[in-house]
Design a protein around this ligand. Structure first.
Ligand code: KG4
Ligand code: ZN
Length: 340
């Protein structure tokens, strides 16, 4: 095998998606995701149920990724897996599987940080092409567990320059949706209803956090009061005004995200910006970032939808770079719930 064109298997099991993907020289050969529906009725991810579902899914998901890629496991050059952050019981399933496979095959084990992998989704190439950002660039990483501004100097050199002090942006969407009675995860539904709503219908709190950090608790609280006050007058308020409520909530979250992103871009003197993570799938955020980028003269990068939410192609992409840098992990590597 050509060492600069490695075949890497990626495995992701940090939360409620069991995923496996094969990359050949950084190009996607397969990308399989099994989502766990079991959490919907509980209004959030239940860690024990997640671990059990990962155990059920991991073998068929990896097998399918190899089959779709037309690759035998013996042909792989490295096994990449999500080491953390995430739910520890969920991470354990992917970690044990990856360790065993690497040991059985005698191939390098590549331990990946999930949040860095979200950023590296920008470097994934697939059949649809799409442009890849040059370094350095700023990344706004927005997922259900994290909200960060990251200065990306290279694939393996990243610096977090801003982070949320409380909820993540995805949680703000999910909790806001829950207040309106929407099922978990509410983010995609808020996005959908917001398209038919007026983003200026309700004024929500504007967070006053200094520097490049974020806070979403004020937006959430003011949204809760808005809904409760409306319901005091009309019990069907949240349902009748759903589109306007979703549009207003989404606007408040995006305003905050983009205000901080602009401050970081100007402060760091950067010209390229990307978004990644599950919330990067939000159509309002994509549109408004494109508008802001055009105004500010930035190049804007948004990964294809399939690589925004949790997936294993991004894990394999991180593994690809670790492999090229010769940074393999010991076979007794343990998962970590939080990043170092
Ligand atoms: O990155 P991800 O798949 O998992 C984590 O690592 O957290 O992100 C999941 C988060 C959830 O909070 C979900 O509601 C949110 O991303 N999300 C969205 C959209 N699609 C997913 N939020 C807003 N609009 C969307 N279209
Ligand atoms: Zn994620």
């Amino acid at each position: 095998m050509n060492p600069s064109f490695p075949l890497i298997l990626g495995i992701e099991s940090s939360c409620d998606e069991t995923a496996a993907a094969v990359l050949a020289g950084g190009v996607v050969r397969s990308n399989v995701v099994a989502s766990q529906e079991v959490h919907t009725r509980w209004g959030g991810v239940v860690p024990e149920l997640a671990s059990r579902a990962h155990q059920e899914h991991i073998v068929p998901v990896v097998r399918e990724a190899l089959d779709r890629a037309g690759v035998r496991k013996e042909d792989l050059d490295g096994i990449a897996f999500t080491r953390g952050p995430g739910l520890i019981g969920a991470l354990l399933v992917g970690t044990c599987f990856a360790r065993s496979l690497a040991q059985a095959l005698g191939k390098p084990l590549l331990a990946v940080d999930h949040i860095q992998a979200h950023v590296l989704a920008h470097l994934i190439q697939d059949r649809d092409g799409g442009s890849v950002p040059a370094f350095p660039f700023l990344n706004l990483t927005v997922s259900g567990g994290h909200t960060q501004l990251v200065l990306v100097r290279s694939a393996l050199d990243m610096e977090v320059v801003g982070r949320t002090l409380d909820d993540a942006a995805g949680e703000a969407f999910d909790k806001g949706g829950k207040i309106m009675g929407l099922p978990y995860p509410a983010g995609p539904l808020v996005d959908k209803h917001a398209r038919d709503g007026n983003p200026n219908a309700f004024e929500l709190a504007v967070p006053a956090i200094p520097g490049l950090d974020f806070s979403f608790s004020g937006i959430k609280t003011s949204f809760l009061y808005t809904v409760r006050q409306g319901e005091a007058v009309d019990p069907a308020f949240a349902e009748k005004r759903r589109d306007d409520l979703c549009a207003s909530l989404q606007r408040a979250i995006i305003d905050h995200l983009l205000a901080k992103a602009r401050r970081a871009m100007r402060g760091l003197g950067l010209q390229r910006i990307g978004i990644a993570g599950g919330v990067a799938a939000n159509s309002g955020l994509r549109a408004r970032l494109a508008q802001l980028g055009a105004k500010e003269g930035w190049e804007v990068f948004v990964p294809p939808f399939a690589y925004c939410t949790d997936n294993a192609a991004m894990i394999a992409m991180a593994g690809h770079h670790l492999y090229l840098a010769g940074r393999s992990a010991p076979l007794d590597t343990v998962p970590v719930a939080r990043s170092d």
